[in-house]
Structure formats: structure tokens, C-alpha cells
Design a protein around this ligand. Sequence first.
Ligand code: G3I
Length: 343
Amino acid sequence: PSLKKVVGDKFHIGVAINTAQSSGRDAKSVQLIKKHFNSVVAENCMKSAVIHPEENRYNFSQADEFVKFGEDNDMFIIGHCLMWHSQLPRWFCTDSEGKNVSPEVLKQRMKDHIYTVVGRYKGRVKGWDVVNEAIIEDGSYRKTKFYEILGEEFIPLAFQYAHEADPDAELYYNDYGMNVEGRRNTVVKIVKDMKEKGLRVDAIGMQGHMGMDYPDMKEFEESILAFASTGAKVMITEWDMSALPTAKRSANISDTVAYRKMLNPYPEALPDNVSEEWNARMTDFLNLFMKHSDVITRVTAWGVIDGDSWKNDFPVRGRRDYPLLFDRNYQPKPFVKELIEKK
Ligand code: G3I
């Protein structure tokens, strides 16, 4: 029994993998990846800071290994991500004096970057997160360098270049907090506008970084339907659910020790298979994804085992979280076990 056997007829079931996994060094995780998933996405190695650290230097070694891993294991391979303000090398938007480059220069750099990266994996990487996290909660554009220099145009331009570089590749807009109405409405508008212009947009990626008290499931469902109304498909692209209480960053805590304690009151209290509430909430969301499998074409977990999750370092380094489908002993969480054993 495996995840892909149980839900694989509904949507691709994917996982984000790191370099220890794509190189094969982490053999135990590799076993889980091969058994349970039929799609992979690069957790870090295709981000511009890694793959294109200097204007005239690309670093393809890890990305090549990732794509080969995907092919060797017959996976639907996703590239993440082409245009993102984070993990963005400084040279991309600025000149040697640190001033913003002109719109023409940025367009040329975007084009070179996208043509080179997408072009290299043409026909092999099946879908790309073209633009990542460009809209904030209130529905306005995030004030990134891309936006400062090019305005709203940077999004359609990125989709245009990606399509030119590989006309067969699927192209996605990807963002977090997609249940929030402001962001939802703007993303719907952007995707509709692009489609009306004739640009290719295959899916809207809802990252799905969740916690015990967010997102609201009803809002999340409303977003699935709103995104589907654009004619694009929907993907849950970075699924995980923190098992720790939500940290209020705004809390007035000047004492770092107390702050850390608040963020991480366990681990003793929470075992690796996590609480019943956590398992129930994961089941509820998975059921929601299955209910909408006519429009949801992929569900991807953001990592294999809890120990490798970015959540252990967020919002402070070194805390211990339990957000993924497999625990630190490579065992499926109870909700996964139940699901695959039912079949
Ligand atoms: O590779 C270096 C290593 O050489 C160095 O010693 C170490 C010390 O800091 O850092 C390592 O790089 C880290 C990298 O992950 C690989 O582990 C970076 O510091 C760290 O910032 C980076 O975090 C990643 C984060 O994106 C920022 O790029 C997380 O792994 C990754 O899970 C996370 O993923 C993002 C998605 O791309 C977009 N959506 C949100 C999601 C979660 O933040």
C-alpha cells in the first residue's frame, strides 16, 4: 500500500526533495519518495540564487541531479521557481553600484535567466512555478525589485518567456496564504487577464503551509473554486501543517528565551506521530482536495520527513516541528497509515 496507489488516480501526489535525496545520499527518504510519490519538485536547487549566482555563471549541478532523479524514478518533474524576490542574487536587479537597473536591462536578464533554465530542461521538467509570491494579503503587489522596476508587467512577461523557452511545459502562478480574500481576488484577476491576452497559464498553486488554526477551511475551499473559475487548474504545491501553536510575531516579548519557549513549548509533550487533532485536520484537508479532484491536479508535500522540514527553522532556528506526512523515524503519520491501509 502506498499514497500514490490510494490517491494517484485523483491527482499527482508529489513531494519537495532536497539535494541529499536527489543525490541518493539519504537512502531512507529516497525509499519513501519512490514508494509513495509520483511527482517531485526541487526544494531549493533551482532558485535563482543557487542556479544563477552571478550574471554570467550558472550552477546546474544540483538541478541536473534533481531532474535525473525524477526521470530515473518516472516522476512528474516540477521546477521551482523562476521569478521569486527571495533567494534572489543581488546582481539580478541592480548594477555594480547597487542601483536598480533599467526596465530594459531587467527584462533582458529575466529573459536570459528563464530561457537558459527552462531551455536546459525542455521536455524534461513538465511544469514550472513561473512567478512565486508576488501578491500580498490585501491584494496589492508585493513591493519587490521586480515590481519597482517593471511594475505589474513583470508577471505576464515571465509567463511569456517561459512559454517561449518550452512551449510544452505547464506554467503556474504560486503563492501562500491563498485563502485570504484580497490575495485571492488579485490572483484571479491576474490569471484571467493573462489568459485573455493569450498567455499560457495552466494552474494556480496554493502553497498550503498550514497550522492548527489557519487557514480557515471554508475560505480555502472558496479559493479553490475561485481559482478554478479562471479556467486554470489548481495545485496544492507546498503542503505541510505546523503542529505547534501559532507564534504571534507581534507579541510584545523582549526576552528572547521566553520568546523561544513560547514558540517551542514541547518537544516532550508532542510525540512524533503528533496529536489526534493534527491528524484529523490533515485528513479533513486531504478529503477537501479529493472532493475537488476535478480541478486539483497535484498535491505536493513540502518535504518527506518532519526532521527535514523548513518549519524546524521558522520563525526561529532550531525549533522542533512535526508538519509532514512522515515522522523522524520514516514512519507514516497515523492519518497516512489509515488512508493507505484502508485500501
Ligand atoms: O545550503 C546552505 C548551506 O550550505 C548552509 O550551510 C546553511 C546554513 O544557513 O544554509 C543552507 O541553505 C539553506 C537552504 O534552505 C538549504 O537548506 C538556507 O539557509 C535556507 O534559507 C533555505 O531555506 C529554504 C527557504 O525556502 C528559503 O529559500 C527552505 O529550505 C525551503 O523549504 C523554503 O521553501 C519555500 C519555498 O521555496 C517558497 N514558499 C515558501 C517555502 C517555505 O519558506
